[in-house]
Design a protein around this ligand. Structure first.
Ligand code: NAI
Ligand code: MG
Length: 330
């Protein structure tokens, strides 16, 4: 029986780069069955709902989901809720994984192979804010359960890598919240005696990331710090156009390029498909197809090295040209 993959293209260039990623996944020969579903702002305008119930049901029932990007309306639109945030919550995708590896382009530094494991459910992103106009307050929620859970994910992933985890926090100032995160993480680390664990304050971590990124293996941190550090890390290897991320929970995973719907270039067939294709590689890895995932990564690597390249990387190739080049190298 083929494993079923829920495919949500979404808006804008999601509709161009996700078909490219599916084409590459098909070319790997792994036995997968693809089922499409809608979500996003286009869908909201047509149907009055950004994440239809059948899309959510399909994502729950499939082995994994491949997600493109959705467009957010500028300004508040009554009834519109971000589908990606809802999917992450409904599927309980509590870990956001952002791997960063050097790529053969001038904009990438060499020697980097790190993974940021970001807690995806709490911290300041619970969005409990209030204001009386003069003073604004945001609640930051940190629980022992979520902190231990994300640390276990980080340690398990480190076992498939160089077995080093750096806990990133600001417990010297945020004594209660990051103090709890740090203690819970260190405690969970005892279950992994084969993994070397150290810790860094987030400001120091931010500096080390630009000074000596090759020294890191796995970094684990809370939601806001992880959001910032993972974009910083992406900047070290060529920026958001080539970055992919995984959102995982117990037995569930959603894989996406980090970029958005890029309305400025949508519909022209020139979007760079490589971030979406790398998201496909993360999906294969999640399904236990690690060797095939590496093959896809290698095909992306050699396509970047020799061309063709899309305009964002200084070339003049189309999405289809680059996709074909990746498929040929597979
Ligand atoms: P964006 O990532 O869509 O675009 C930023 C810039 O990078 C644009 O100039 C775009 O043309 C370029 N770019 C992005 N991906 C590219 C690719 N694959 N190939 C070539 N060029 C690429 O971010 P922006 O403009 O801030 O947001 C546009 C829309 O996307 C907004 O509605 C935003 O809310 C949404 N968005 C959705 C995300 C998601 O669904 N996960 C993530 C980020 C933004
Ligand atoms: Mg971000």
């Amino acid at each position: 029986m083929p494993r079923r993959i829920c495919v949500i293209e979404g808006d804008g260039i999601g509709q161009e780069v996700i078909p490219a990623a599916v084409e590459v996944l098909r070319a790997t020969g792994v036995d997968l069955a693809f089922a499409s579903a809608e979500a996003g702002f286009d869908c909201f305008l047509r149907r009055g709902v950004a994440l239809p119930a059948e899309t959510l049901a399909l994502a729950k029932e499939c082995a994994a989901t491949l997600f493109g990007a959705t467009q957010s309306p500028s300004g508040k639109v009554e009834g519109y809720r971000s589908p990606i945030l809802e999917l992450r919550r409904e599927l309980d995708l509590y870990a956001n994984l952002r791997p960063t590896r050097s790529l053969p382009i001038a904009a990438s530094r060499p020697g980097i192979d790190l993974l940021i494991v970001r807690e995806n459910t709490e911290c300041l992103y619970v969005r409990r804010e209030r204001s009386d106009g003069e003073t604004a307050v945001a609640e930051r929620i940190i629980t022992r359960r979520a902190s231990a859970r994300i640390m276990r994910t980080a340690c398990e992933l480190a076992r498939g890598r160089r077995r080093r985890v750096t806990i990133v926090h600001k417990a010297n100032v945020l004594v209660e919240t990051d103090g709890l995160f740090r203690r819970a993480a260190l405690e969970a680390a005892r279950e992994f005696p084969d993994v070397t664990v150290d810790e860094l304050l987030v400001d120091t971590a931010a500096m080390r990331l630009v000074q000596a990124p090759e020294a890191f293996d796995v970094l684990v941190t809370t939601n806001l710090f992880g959001d910032i550090l993972s974009d910083e890390a992406a900047g070290l290897v060529g920026g958001l156009g080539l970055a992919a991320s995984a959102n995982v929970g117990e037995g569930r995973g959603l894989f996406e390029p980090v970029h958005g719907s890029a309305p400025d270039i949508a519909g022209r067939g020139v979007a760079n498909p490589l971030a979406a294709i790398l998201a496909g590689a993360l999906l294969l890895d999640f399904l236990g197809e690690r060797e095939t995932a590496e093959r896809v990564h290698a095909a992306v690597w050699s396509t970047l090295a020799d061309g063709p390249r899309t305009p964002d990387l200084g070339g003049n190739a189309s999405t289809a040209d680059v996709t074909r080049a990746v498929v040929e190298r597979l």
